[in-house]
Design a protein around this ligand. Structure first.
Ligand SMILES: C[S@@+](CC[C@H](N)C(=O)[O-])C[C@H]1O[C@@H](n2cnc3c(N)ncnc32)[C@H](O)[C@@H]1O
Length: 276
C-alpha cells in the first residue's frame, strides 16, 4: 500500500486523470484524492447517492472509474451479507492499490483494469452502476453512460457524482487574472468542464428515466486549495494563457493568502441518479 509514500498534493494535473498510466509519480494523486474525498459536502452527496440507489445488504454494485477503491471499500460493508462490489478503472497502479486495500480490509471486492466506455460485462449484470469524478475526464462520457445503463438491470439505478469546472472559485484579488486561469482550466484543460450542465439530458438520451439531481458546493481544505490552484496557474502559463510574471504573482498571492489563513477555494459538485 502507499501509506509510506510522500503525501504532498503538489503537481496534480487534473487532465492526467484521463490516462494515469502515463504518470510516473502517482503519490500526489493518491494524496489529493484522499484529501478531497474527506470533504463533508462530498460525503453528503455520496450518502444521498447510496439512498437513491437503495443500497442495502445483497446489492450488486459496479464502481466505474473506482480509482484505488475509496468508495468501493465503504460500499462493501453496506452490501454484506450477500452483495457484491466490482470496481473497474483504467489505471493499473490504482487497481493494484485497490486490491491491496481490499486484502488489508478483508473485503471481497473484484477489482479489474478496464475502460468505462467499453465495460467488459454482459447486460443487466448489476443492480447499481456508479461513477464519481470520472465522466468529466472521458473523451466520450455519453458512451460511458450508455455502458452503465446497459450493464444495469431493469429497475436498477445509475448514479454519477461530477464537478462543474465553471463553478471553480477562489478569492484571488485580481479578478481578470483569476478568470483567465480558471476559464482555461474549465474550457481547455479538463476534457468535459461543463458536462454536468448536459448530464440530465444525456442520461435521458441513453434511455435512463426519473433523473434526480442534488448538488453541494465543496470547500477545499487550505493546503489542497493552495496546491491545486497553484498548479492550475502553472498549467495556464504553460499554455500561454498567462505570462511568467503573472504566474509568479498568482503563486505568491495564493501562498500569502494561505499563510494568513485567508485562502478560499470551492467548486460545485452534482449528483445525478436515474433509473434503468
Ligand atoms: C478523479 S479520479 C476518481 C477516482 C474515484 N472514483 C474516486 O472518487 O476516488 C478519476 C478516475 O477515473 C479513472 N479513469 C479515467 N478514464 C477512465 C476510463 N476510460 N475508464 C475507466 N476509468 C477511467 C482514472 O484512472 C481515475 O482513477
Amino acid at each position: 500500500m502507499v501509506s509510506d509514500q510522500k503525501r504532498s498534493t503538489e503537481n496534480v494535473e487534473l487532465h492526467a486523470f484521463t490516462d494515469l498510466n502515463r504518470v510516473e509519480d502517482l503519490a500526489p494523486y493518491f494524496a489529493a484524492l484522499e484529501a478531497f474525498d474527506k470533504r463533508p459536502q462530498l460525503q453528503e452527496l455520496k450518502a444521498l447517492a447510496r439512498t437513491h440507489a437503495r443500497i442495502a445488504p445483497g446489492t450488486n454494485i459496479l464502481d466505474v472509474g473506482c480509482g484505488f477503491g475509496l468508495e468501493s471499500l465503504a460500499l462493501a460493508r453496506l452490501v454484506e451479507p450477500g452483495g457484491r462490489i466490482t470496481g473497474i478503472d483504467k489505471s493499473a497502479a490504482f487497481i493494484k492499490e485497490a486490491k491491496a486495500r481490499a486484502r488489508h480490509a478483508k473485503a471481497a471486492i473484484a477489482f479489474q483494469v478496464g475502460d468505462a466506455e467499453a465495460l467488459p460485462f454482459p447486460q443487466a449484470s448489476f443492480d447499481v452502476a456508479r461513477a464519481e469524478r470520472v465522466l468529466v475526464y472521458l473523451p466520450d462520457p455519453t458512451q460511458a453512460l450508455n455502458e452503465m445503463r446497459r450493464v444495469t438491470r431493469p429497475g436498477g439505478t445509475v448514479t454519477a457524482i461530477e464537478p462543474d469546472f465553471g463553478t471553480n472559485a477562489i478569492n484571488f484579488p485580481d479578478r481578470d487574472l483569476a478568470r483567465r486561469v480558471l476559464n482555461h482550466e474549465c474550457d481547455s484543460n479538463v476534457p468535459q468542464g461543463w458536462l454536468v450542465r448536459d448530464m440530465a439530458g444525456l442520461m435521458r438520451d441513453v434511455g435512463l428515466t426519473n433523473v434526480r439531481i442534488d448538488t453541494r458546493i465543496v470547500i477545499f481544505p487550505p493546503d489542497l486549495a493552495a496546491s491545486v490552484f497553484t498548479q492550475t496557474g502553472a498549467t495556464a502559463q504553460s499554455a500561454g494563457v498567462i505570462t511568467a510574471d503573472e504566474l509568479d504573482t498568482w503563486t505568491r498571492e495564493i501562498e500569502d493568502l494561505r499563510q494568513r489563513d485567508r485562502l478560499f477555494c470551492s467548486i460545485g459538485y452534482y449528483l445525478f441518479a436515474a433509473q434503468v
